[in-house]
Design a protein around this ligand. Structure first.
Ligand code: F6P
Length: 553
């Protein structure tokens, strides 16, 4: 892998700094002066309609950001990713989530093998399994069909499947229900298994490494719960685990060690990062829930965006422009956070999903050659679905002192076309979507506030400064394909930012230390006096507090 380029030393970086110094954002004036602004800065890719006209892009800034992309060799790095070069330097791995959604028959040779064939071999097994579960052919130990699927995983082996399951609820087979267990807090397992019928449950143990403490602990507990339920009902446990437990992993040896028949395991590969894995075998729960055809459409959506990212000209390349804009907001305007605000209740877990995607990827302080970065990286992504967020945190975006770029997402087609008297409820809802970006951009001036006859002493409190940057993303409907497109969009935005910053967006060493320490602390937590004595004073006191106050109900 070539050495990263320090973006801050490029000519384009200097130029962008000069543009920032001269920048005086005035959306009212910008739109008045340029009647083509909305048209010029709205781009389409597959089903996505992306309006960047209420962002801080100007012709000059756009050109300079695209120059920056050139100076950091973004196009070459992008090809390196798509072609399977080992761009995950610190783990010595290729980064090929884009191969997971390439059509059958295509070729990508890695270590002498066509990985596209491997991908489709696993997909075909998953589809066949999904069909068997959905049709009722796959039966539990007492001959009953599966009704509840419980996915046990964490991080990338949980967030993607949960988010997509929630997003695609209208596509879920009404005879099936999926539940998810991720947290090692025993409450998660205890609450999730309430009311589950052991005769009709299917557990999917999803773990890339099959070594993750949380997942393996929960998997053991689930198996113990399952066997205890069978015993209680006097049902023989013979062959029961094989009928009720399947696994998803890159580590099939560990799957077998756990006691799951490799026949009932779906593999993937080390070149799929956990947070990029919802479109791999990790999506098995989703493939069962929505069915093979809808899952194929989901993958098709990803692929459509991949093709756009790889081939669309830079000046119309949506992930490229959005990623570069984010760099501008972070490095030149000091934005520390980025809101993602879906006006779609079904996307209520999308911001949480994006947190792992973006923050585990770009929360780095050294470049891929080990040198320290010289500019900020990795903003905090967060959000809630509209309109709930409007009644909670929007105040700070509208009138607070921080710059918070925000992506607004909405769909033309409602799932529930309800009317409230004369009103179409989806229109009431989307009215808010349109109003918020408008209010953020254009604000309300002092003269307008006064013109409303506002009491003089509260005029300033009622002024909206406006000029807050937003991006509006629309699509005809939230289909499996569109969801795939949205996920791929953010994957590639994350990639663009990572390349500009020169970091390895595909490792996650930062989560290791806490994990190691948790296992080292086990003896102290269990009350071993020597182990406790070795702790720092704060940790020791916290553990003692726990030991004094624990009561088992
Ligand atoms: O949080 C760290 C991490 O390694 C994530 O990157 C990953 O998605 C998660 O743990 C779960 O890992 P696994 O799928 O191997 O159980």
């Amino acid at each position: 892998m070539v050495n990263p380029i320090d973006a801050t030393t490029t000519a384009a970086w200097g130029k962008i700094g000069e543009i920032r110094d001269r920048l005086s954002v005035d959306f009212r004036n910008w739109f008045a002066q340029d009647p083509q602004r909305a048209e010029k800065l709205t781009f389409t890719a597959a089903d996505l309609y992306v309006d960047l006209s209420k962002s801080y892009l100007t012709d000059e800034l756009k050109a300079a950001l695209l120059e920056l992309a050139q100076e950091v060799n973004l196009a070459e790095r992008r090809e390196a990713m798509f072609n399977g070069e080992k761009i995950n330097v610190t783990e010595g791995r290729s980064v090929l989530h884009t191969a997971l959604r390439r059509p059958k028959g295509e070729e990508l040779i890695l270590d002498g093998k066509n990985v596209i064939d491997d991908v489709h071999e696993v997909l075909d097994r998953i589809y066949a399994f999904a069909d068997r579960v959905r049709s009722g052919e796959w039966r539990g130990v007492t001959g009953k069909p599966i009704k509840t699927i419980v996915n046990i995983g964490i991080g990338g082996s949980d967030l993607g499947p949960v988010m997509a399951y929630e997003a695609l609820k209208p596509y879920v087979d009404p005879n099936l229900e999926c539940r998810f267990i991720s947290n090692i807090d025993p409450t998660d397992l205890g609450e999730t298994l309430k009311g589950v019928d052991p005769e009709t449950v299917l557990f999917i143990i999803a773990s890339k490494t099959f070594t993750t403490l949380e997942t393996l602990t929960n998997a053991r507990q689930a198996r113990a719960w399952f066997l205890a339920q069978l015993a209680k009902a006097h049902i023989s446990a013979d062959g029961a685990v094989a009928k009720h437990f399947v696994a998803v992993s890159t580590n099939l040896a560990k799957v077998a060690e756990f006691g799951i028949d490799p026949e009932n395991a779906f593999g993937f590969w080390s070149w799929v990062g956990g947070r990029y894995s919802v479109d791999s075998a990790v999506g098995t729960v989703l493939a069962i829930a929505i069915g093979p055809q809808a899952f194929k459409n989901f993958l098709g959506g990803f692929h459509a965006l991949d093709t756009h990212f790889r081939t669309a000209p830079a000046e119309r390349n949506i992930p490229l422009l959005m990623g570069l804009l984010n760099v501008f907001y972070v490095n030149f305007l000091g934005a520390a956070t980025h809101a993602v605000l879906p006006y779609a209740q079904f996307l209520h877990r999308f911001p949480a999903y994006l947190q792992q995607l973006t923050m585990e990827s770009n929360g780095k302080r050294v470049r891929w050659d080990g040198s320290e970065v010289t500019a900020a990286t990795g903003e905090v992504f967060w959000g809630e679905p509209g309109t709930n967020g409007q009644h909670a945190f929007y105040q700070l975006i509208h009138q607070g002192t921080q710059l918070i770029p925000a992506d607004f997402i909405a769909f033309a087609t409602p799932t529930y076309p309800l009317r409230d008297g004369e009103n179409d409820q989806h229109e009431l809802f989307l009215g808010n979507f349109f109003a918020q970006t408008k209010a953020l951009a254009f604000g309300k001036t002092e003269a307008e506030v006064r013109g409303e006859g506002t009491r003089e002493d509260i005029v300033t409190a009622r002024i909206f400064p406006g000029n807050k940057p937003t991006t509006s993303i629309m699509a005809p409907a939230l289909t499996p394909s569109v969801l795939g497109q949205l996920i791929a969009l953010y994957e590639h935005i994350t990639f663009v930012q990572g390349i500009v910053w020169g970091i390895d967006s595909f490792d996650q060493w930062g989560v290791e230390l806490g994990k190691q320490m948790a296992s080292q602390l086990a003896d102290a937590v269990a009350g071993d006096a020597d182990a406790l004595a070795q702790q720092d004073q704060s940790t020791r006191a916290l553990i003692e507090y726990y030991r004094n106050f624990r009561r088992d109900l």
